[in-house]
Write a protein that binds this ligand. Structure first.
Ligand code: ASP
Length: 362
């Protein structure tokens, strides 16, 4: 089923090295090269916080909370709450873009390094601060993930009606109409893996992506993280992205580091990249190298023709952010050039460059 040869390790190392050159030096942040990554890792007593680019205020807030001696989980949640409550940010919390039925459905997860516990919510409606609810799942239940009822609506649309008045024949005609109604939705008509044009439009300019991830190290050297989003705009009701899935939208190992993601959640769900990044850091990769490794993993695993450009590269983007136990930070994306992520520490806040595999033509 593979439509393109996967890149060789040599190609990848070359791309990684080039991307490393593309990423300029970040004052204050300890973005490291290979040699430093392989040096013994000493625990770093914070404060330090990183986030996606929309999180400058979030990392500043997180560091302010960390300075008071708070747990990293308190800090990252306080940070992202600013963005969740901001009606101007249409990709997170209050004011987030809705699903195709006009209903805002939010996804969020938190993970606490010292206890290894996680909490998450998927397709949550009507709550401005889903990260707080995710934390309640962590603290006050014996579960990890609670989801809304969107999946029921979707199931009904596909032939599980409450009132059984619709024949299969009529339903199939309706589904066919829906599948071909627009090239800007996520329904796919029947297709083969090799079909290029199936009526789906994955160009990023046409769809709204956005999310905030935040990871931090507190004054005790403990690490926690959060990811929160309204997910893909105009998504199919009940669609849950990568953000609330532990190992995909975020992951922390208190002895190694933390990672998180934004961008096309489906690609990350199929590759569990936050977990992968933390494991790569455990093996000695720097945060940036580990993020590039995850980007390359997605590229290698993307084989459906409609997701690929004419050179066999994914049409979509995914971004990763990571920090390790030593306080080194880094990030990478599949398509980049001038993108950044937010970092704050004792020296203040700044935007640091994201490394990338492919340069986006403007
Ligand atoms: N990763 C999010 C999702 O797939 C969206 C985003 O980050 O833009 O729901």
């Amino acid at each position: 089923m593979s439509l393109k040869p996967s890149s060789s390790r040599r190609d990848f190392l070359k791309k990684g090295a080039l991307a490393g050159v593309a990423a300029a030096f970040v004052p204050g942040a300890r973005v490291v090269g290979e040699a430093a990554a392989r040096a013994p890792r000493k625990a770093f007593a914070g404060p330090i916080a990183i986030s996606s680019r929309n999180g400058t205020r979030a990392v500043e807030k997180a560091v302010e909370v960390l300075r008071s001696g708070a747990d990293a989980l308190d800090a990252v949640i306080a940070g992202v709450n600013i963005v969740e409550g901001d009606p101007e940010d249409v990709t997170v919390g209050y004011g987030g873009l809705p699903n195709e039925n006009g209903v805002v459905q939010l996804d969020s997860a938190v993970m606490h390094g010292p206890t290894g516990r996680a909490g998450a919510v998927g397709a949550l409606e009507g709550v401005k601060y889903p990260s707080k609810v995710a934390r309640m799942v962590l603290e006050r239940t014996d579960h990890v993930l609670l989801v809304g009822k969107g999946a029921q609506d979707f199931a009904r649309m596909h032939g599980f009606p409450i009132e059984d008045l619709l024949t299969d024949k009529a339903r199939e005609m309706w589904v066919r109409w829906k599948e071909t109604l627009s090239n800007r939705d996520d329904y796919l008509p029947p297709h083969k893996p090799t079909d290029r044009d199936i009526g789906a439009n994955l160009e990023e300019v046409e769809r709204h992506w956005g999310t905030i991830h935040c990871s931090a190290i507190d004054l005790s050297g403990n690490i926690s993280c959060v990811t929160t989003t309204s997910g893909l705009s105009f998504k199919i009701p009940g669609r849950v992205g990568d953000s609330p899935i532990i190992g995909a939208g975020l992951y922390v190992d208190n002895e190694v580091g933390a990672a998180g993601s934004t961008g096309r959640g489906e690609a990350n769900l199929e590759n569990l990249c936050s977990f992968l990044i933390v494991e790569r850091m455990r093996m000695g990769d720097s945060p940036e190298q580990a993020c590039l490794y995850a980007c390359q993993r997605i590229v290698d695993h993307t084989r459906l023709a409609y997701l690929l450009d004419d050179r066999g590269r994914p049409k979509f983007n995914v971004k990763f952010y990571a920090l390790n136990k030593a306080g080194e930070v880094g990030g990478a994306e599949i398509w980049g050039g001038d993108n950044t992520f937010a970092v704050a520490d004792a020296a203040g806040s700044r935007l640091a460059p994201l490394a990338y595999l492919y340069k986006r033509e403007r």
